[in-house]
Write a protein that binds this ligand. Structure first.
Ligand code: DX5
Ligand code: ZN
Length: 214
């Protein structure tokens, strides 16, 4: 069954605790935490102090999406609270070393590709990944429109992971809603990030159920 990883990026941070309880009750599988440094992406979000607080208030696995330059500089720090720890292929670290390090630190490893990066770029890295994340928008902001070109990349990664005999989660991030979720699932994604679709709804639980029923 498809897993839902709500992105809290556009939430009201002063009422975030209530939102997390609502999402837990609705049966989401993890929480997607978007860390942005204003260098790798043109936006700044939050860092480990916020993630630490969330960890103290929720038992949901934390799916940390690092959108930071040279992420190896901070990986020990983020590994303290992350369950799944992902960084960008394009961010300027030694990707092989960093994927290994994440596992050594006790987290599940994830590598992420921006829209301009082909799926083939990470084929050799798949044995080191517990999950791969395909961006379906340019990273940096919530509420953008889904880019259908992500679908072919999801399909290629799914096929390649099967070819290599690997059981890897394939996550898609950006513009997921009731129309785009079925397309992503059909292409092979099994973890869906959803920000705007959930947080702009009056009833987040109903929206979670809508996607879970797909
Ligand atoms: C964008 C972030 C996404 C984003 C998803 O850089 O990685 O996680 O917040 O939000 P929606 O679902 O609104 O596109
Ligand atoms: Zn994200």
């Amino acid at each position: 069954m498809v897993k839902i990883s709500p992105s809290i990026l556009i939430s009201d941070f002063l009422t975030l605790k209530d939102s997390i309880k609502e999402l837990e009750a609705a049966g989401v599988d993890m929480l997607h935490l978007d860390v942005m440094d204003g260098i790798f992406v043109p936006n700044i979000s939050f860092g480990n102090p916020v993630i630490k607080s969330i960890k103290a208030h929720s038992n949901l696995p934390l799916d940390v999406h690092l959108m930071i330059d040279r992420p190896h500089r901070y990986i020990e720090e983020f590994a303290k609270y992350a369950d799944l720890l992902g960084f960008h292929y394009e961010a300027g670290s030694d990707n092989v070393e960093l994927l290994k390090k994440i596992r050594e630190l006790g987290c599940k490893s994830c590598i992420t590709i921006k829209p301009a990066t082909p799926a083939e770029a990470i084929f050799d890295l798949l044995p080191l990944c517990d999950m791969v994340l395909v961006m379906s928008v340019e990273p940096g902001f919530g509420g953008q429109k889904f880019m259908p070109m992500a679908l072919d990349k999801i399909k290629a990664l799914k096929e390649e992971s099967i070819r290599q005999g690997l059981n890897i989660d394939i996550e898609v991030d950006g513009g997921i809603n009731a129309e785009t979720a079925p397309q992503a699932i059909a292409a092979g994604a099994n973890v869906l990030v959803a920000g705007n679709f959930l947080f702009s709804a009056d009833d987040m639980g109903a929206k979670v159920k809508e996607i879970k029923a797909l």
